[in-house]
Design a protein around this ligand. Structure first.
Ligand code: HEC
Length: 194
């Protein structure tokens, strides 16, 4: 019995040592332009969902989805988020595909998480990904407005939808088309674009 226990402990220590050495001594590929590994997507994505589910406070969105709030959220989105997450005229950004993990493209697949979870992610960001924490940059009110916009993105009232198209048309695309030269960052965006 003692021998068995000892063998078990040695095996566990060995596995931990191999795992640590693999990571610490440079065997993990750091490149972002790699296909997302199956193991990583099957572990990391559910882990992020579970962590947000556990941590996001059960706050209620204090705003009504009025046209005014949706339009304000849309403007915040166009100037801060669309370059990565896409917009109505540029539903898929090449820039977003250059991240690891890839940036979810909201105009293709609207975010369907509960609003308190989207709010939490927007406020605090996601570590080890390109998703920044916005609480130093945006007010709580602006974050709720953009959260409201996200959860109505696939069912916008016509007036808001039209305003979004107009705003997206004047926003310079961040190379949504790989055949075009990468454009300069758009007005109001303060992120390194390439
Ligand atoms: C520099 C690129 C970049 C910018 C700018 C950016 N994001 Fe993100 N965002 C990401 C990435 C990358 C992820 C995926 C994180 C992950 O899965 O680990 C993400 C994830 C999210 C998620 C979670 C989506 C999900 O389904 O899990 C939300 C919500 C979100 N972003 C909202 C926003 C909003 C709102 C803004 C603007 C205020 C914004 N993002 C700006 C890169 C960006």
């Amino acid at each position: 019995m003692l021998k068995f226990l000892l063998g078990f402990v040695v095996a566990v220590v060995l596995i931990l040592a191999v795992g640590f050495s693999y990571v610490r001594f440079g065997f993990v590929n750091p490149r972002a332009d790699q296909p997302i590994g199956r193991l990583e997507s099957s572990i990391a994505m559910p882990a992020l969902d579970a962590a947000v589910d556990r941590r996001a406070p059960a706050t209620q969105n204090p705003l009504q989805p009025t046209d005014a709030n949706l339009i304000a959220g849309m403007k915040t989105y166009q100037s801060n988020c669309a370059g990565c997450h896409g917009d109505t005229l540029h539903p898929h950004t090449t820039f977003g595909d250059s991240f690891y993990p890839r940036v979810p493209q909201f105009a293709e697949d609207a975010p369907d998480m509960p609003e308190n979870q989207n709010f939490f992610i927007i406020q605090h960001g996601v570590r080890l990904s390109g998703m920044p924490a916005w609480n130093p940059t945006l007010s709580e009110q602006e974050i709720w407005q953009v959260t409201t916009f996200l959860s109505h993105m696939d069912k916008l009232p016509p007036q808001v939808s039209d305003e979004w198209k107009t705003a997206a048309a004047t926003t310079q695309s961040t190379n949504t088309d790989a055949s075009q030269p990468a454009s300069t960052s758009k007005k109001g965006m303060s992120m390194p674009m390439h």
